[in-house]
Design a protein around this ligand. Structure first.
Ligand code: IVH
Length: 667
């Protein structure tokens, strides 16, 4: 009797959980909180623990317990095809022209389904009577590998379909690793001294090839469905785009970026839209797929060898390319850090010519095993500095040379030291080193610092090379004659510059602290310090006093104390103050901390920088963290907010736009 009741409740729960999975993963519109979901899930697990039989399609049964010893092969019902590529608009036009010709003279144009080209792995999913019974890789197109146990661990692949699904359905789509899972996986690998994956695609492939599905389950893969065939049951709609909607109704996840357009010009517009969006998507894509939407036209056009005539992959310019590493130079930063920079044979990467790329530090060079003379893969993504991803070992010759850290600074000749446990190597020259001097002056005059208008990087370099200034303090004794002696400096520009230097003397304590360039003291730490100490207090603050502030750890505290202890810094500060640099002295917000105990997260694009907002919130006592959790009190959202917003909505956390934020800050 009890058993029948439990059995019934278990069935009820499975249905309920599947429905909530559908709302969460497929519709992206959950109706219950994570906590409520977890409660249902635990109730089912507890019930099932006492049942004799648990159906394989129960939502609790995603991760199999026994690892496989090998993968079985699977013959695909119909071959899994590949796509021809177009790399230019011209090639895309050729694709349309050929198809129009094949349709006959009077044919005008096609409607196209446009989709992202996901950079993952093609898989085939077989649903028998709505239950996932087999999942396979593409393999050579005819025969793949049975990876059902691994695919079952992918949360966005439904174990059971819903609605009036056909008796036998094969869904095809791409399994990929989202960028955040990829980053976590690689961070972990590095922490464990394992080799990280080169890109999310390789990581996804490696994860699907695990014999133990428990490992795959941890990798957080996702799935988008991009096509299907009904093998038994009512046929799909006559348009590809409508079929996708149908598949969504049956519970398969389809990509919201997909769209239908008319003619090749509109395809181009979609391509540009997607290219723009590329770096904002939480997964990697390498182009778009263009498909003639009308299935009867697809059938008329048919196939050539292994690719359909009715579809084409319109690829984005590669963001990874091969070139040769010619030399390595070491750049000296503001705090003396030596960064190895690869000088490359110039190469076009994603539409931009790249001849320099960062190698990060010596540990990275060793880990990636990079040598001078190697052929290497370089990558650029969005606005980030291009980087050397890996060498092509198979192309390595005997003539390659090891990259050695110089023992002396390439700029000033001072000793270079590497501190135990730190990746960075540092020039010990301090402000003797011209590179450090130039970088620290650039930092001092920057907008977040003393904000000296009209004093750009080039001009700073000129001033230093012409020995007109040595330290930041010398800026305030520059004369008009000195400025006029510089190349291309006219009377008017010299006057303007002197004016903005003069104007910069009137500053705030926070900006002044920031501009000093103390290691690891950025904008928000500077503000925090300014709110808690007067400058006189800060100069003599002990590590203990500094550690009592939120967000200041022993490393930063150490840097601050050391900075004010150094003689040359004391001399520069004294001179700056003598020359009239000043700020109003009342510690405005020191005691007034109305947001103490509150935690905020900032997301999306706002009219001012996140650092600035963070600093303002912190000044009022709030904590600012990176991820939304139940402990978050408010989410500040700007334009194009993504998953953080969804999560906050799900958790019922209060959401503030910029004007609400301003109200909060001013109240
Ligand atoms: S349709 C006959 N749609 O690209 C059409 N493929 O180069 C077959 N891919 O093996 C595929 N995103 O792994 C299609 N939206 C998309 C896709 C896509 C990525 C991959 C797929 C396929 C490869 C072909």
């Amino acid at each position: 009797m009890v058993e029948t009741v439990n059995l019934k409740r278990a069935q009820e729960l499975r249905k309920l959980i599947n429905e909530h999975n559908y709302r969460y993963y497929i519709l992206d519109a959950p109706t219950i909180s994570d906590a409520q979901y977890d409660k249902l899930f635990r109730e089912l697990q507890n019930l099932e623990a006492n049942l004799n039989e648990i159906p394989a399609d129960s939502p609790t049964q995603r991760v199999g317990v026994t690892p496989l010893t090998s993968f079985q092969t699977v013959k695909h019902i119909t071959p899994m095809l590949s796509l021809d590529n177009a790399f230019t608009f011209e090639e895309l036009e050729n694709f349309e022209r050929r198809n129009i010709q094949m349709m006959g003279k009077h044919f005008k144009t096609f409607s196209y389904a446009c989709e992202p080209k996901f950079d993952g792995l093609a898989v085939s999913l077989l649903y028998e009577n709505g239950v996932l019974t087999r999942g396979a890789t593409r393999g050579d197109g005819s025969v793949g590998e049975d990876i059902t146990a691994n695919l079952r661990t992918v949360q966005t692949i439904p174990l059971v379909l819903q609605g009036d699904f056909p008796k036998l359905l094969e869904a095809r789509g791409e399994v990929y690793m989202p960028l955040n899972s990829f980053e976590k996986l690689n961070m972990n690998a590095i922490a464990n001294d394992e080799k990280p994956f080169a890109n999310p695609r390789n990581a996804a492939a490696g994860s699907l090839r695990q014999l133990d599905p428990k490992i795959t389950a941890k990798r957080k893969l996702e799935f988008y469905c991009y096509g299907s065939q009904v093998i038994e049951g009512k046929a799909l709609p006559s348009k590809h785009s409508e079929s996708l909607q149908q598949l969504k109704n049956w519970g398969l996840r389809i990509c919201p970026e997909s769209n239908v357009v008319d003619g090749i010009q509109e395809v181009q517009a979609y391509y540009e839209f997607l290219l723009n969006k590329r770096n904002k998507l939480p997964y990697e894509i390498d182009g778009m797929v263009v498909k003639i939407d009308d299935v009867s036209l697809q059938e008329e056009l048919g196939y050539v060898s292994r690719a359909p005539r009715w579809a084409i992959a319109y690829k984005f310019p590669a963001e990874e390319t091969e070139t040769q590493l010619i030399a390595v130079d070491f750049q000296v930063g503001r705090t003396g850090t030596l960064t190895p920079v690869a000088r490359l044979k110039p190469v076009n990467v994603g539409g931009v010519t790249v001849s320099n790329a960062t190698l990060h530090n010596m540990d990275e060079i060793a880990r990636k095993d990079i040598h001078i003379g190697d052929y290497v893969i370089v990558r650029r993504a969005g606005d980030v500095i291009p980087e050397v991803v890996r060498p092509l070992i198979e192309k390595r010759t005997k003539n390659v040379k090891t990259i050695a850290l110089p023992t002396t600074c390439p700029i000033c000749g001072s000793e270079v030291v590497r501190i135990e446990g730190e990746a960075a190597a540092r020039c010990e020259g301090g402000l003797i080193c011209r590179a450090q001097r130039i970088e620290s002056i650039k930092h001092f005059v920057s907008r977040k610092g003393m904000d000296i208008e009209g004093l750009g990087e080039k001009l700073v370099e000129q001033l230093v090379s012409n020995s007109l200034i040595e330290t930041v303090a010398d800026l305030y004794t520059l004369t008009k004659d000195q400025l006029m002696s510089l190349d291309r400096m006219g009377d008017k520009s010299a006057n303007n510059l002197l004016n903005s230097i003069e104007k910069s003397k009137e500053t705030t304590l926070a900006k002044f602290i920031y501009s000093l360039g103390i290691r690891e003291v950025g904008e928000s730490t500077a503000l925090l310090l300014a709110n808690h100490f007067s400058f006189e207090e800060l100069k003599i603050a002990t590590e203990e006093q500094l550690l009592s502030l939120p967000d200041i750890g022993p490393v930063v505290a150490g840097h601050i104390v050391l900075f004010f202890k150094q003689k040359n810094n004391q001399v520069i500060i004294k001179k700056l103050l003598e020359e009239g640099v000043q700020w109003s002295t009342h510690k405005s917000t020191n005691q007034y901390q109305p947001l103490a105990g509150k935690t905020y997260v900032i997301t999306g694009t706002l009219s001012r920088s996140r650092d600035e907002i963070k600093a303002q919130l912190q000044a009022l006592g709030a904590k600012v963290t990176d991820s939304v959790s139940a402990k978050t009190d408010g989410l500040i959202v700007g334009k194009d907010a993504g998953s953080k917003l969804t999560k906050a909505q799900k958790l019922g956390i209060s959401i503030l736009d910029e004007s609400q934020l301003d109200k909060l800050l001013s109240s």
